[in-house]
Write a protein that binds this ligand. Sequence first.
Ligand SMILES: NCCCNCCCCCC(O)(O)C(F)(F)F
Ligand SMILES: [Zn+2]
Length: 343
Amino acid sequence: MLTIYSDSHRLQHGRSELIDGTLKPCFETPSRADMVLAAVRQRDLGDVAHPRRHGLEPILRVHDEGYVRFLETAWQRWSEMGRDYDALPKMWQIRRLREAVPEHVEGQLCYYSMDCGTPITAGTWQAATASSDVALTAVDRLIGGERAIFALTRPPGHHAARDYCGGYCFFNNAAIAAQALRDRGAHRVAVLDVDYHHGNGTQDIFYHRSDVLFLSIHGDPRTEYPFFLGFADEKGEGEGLGYNFNFPLAAGSCVSTWFFALDCALEQIARFGAEALVVSLGVDTFEGDPISRFQLGTPDFVTLGARLAGLKLPTLFCLEGGYAVGPIGDNVVNVLAGFEARS
Ligand SMILES: NCCCNCCCCCC(O)(O)C(F)(F)F
Ligand SMILES: [Zn+2]
């Protein structure tokens, strides 16, 4: 399987994250992508290609222009205030506060983000646009005839909504890829999110649409991030009613429960008649993940890949989460190798 990868991911490297009440090194580090790339090479998964630039147009097909312009200018405006440290919001526009978009960068930082764990740094814009180019180059290759492709995307994307960043995500790589597949002729595209955390951003982007089916298996938002979306009763709205499926599972759920949810999701994708599949591939479902509470073992990721291959669809994998950095490479490559073995 071909991998698309860009070294520009290294430019996204936050200084610290609020963890258990104190500032610690970020969980979402460049070493994650380095370890995945090393495993791709070591396990001889296939060639590794660099992305070509696609500009802002495909990003603006799913993200609000004001939000994109904010990301593009935020660091320069933040620096002009004499600040050289990570740009993070100090509060949010919450219930009954004014909804107008602030003029000032500090206010926009609060308006366009959903948490304080997604630092904007000097290299964020370049890293996030490169990550989107990685996903879009994977679409180019899928349209060009590849049966399956791995977009080694970092920073991740599935928490990024139309007009806000969060959960380490800036541009929603999987949504940008799904929209590009639609724009290039696929009539129905399914996005399956197997990351431990609900893909609130992807759901937000496609919630009112029936041409993109969104499905997510994740830790129950009653106790797990992102808390405010990802419940089973969220089924889409308007045109999109019936085209959104959430499978929240209690933290600590066993592997067989997880695979039962997967089989339910695969059944819905087959019923939908998808012509292409985008997988938001987070491996923080791993039993050893430091911030998540499912129990998949490294061999289970082979089974995951094999089940996905059963759909017999052109498939684009976008890397999302996974914070057990030692095993991340084998966990990710197991999905891809398991997929290929059954293709
Ligand atoms: N004590 C740690 C709290 C962490 N709270 C934020 C969790 C973000 C998860 C990000 C992710 O794994 O879903 C992605 F795929 F986007 F990277
Ligand atoms: Zn996650």
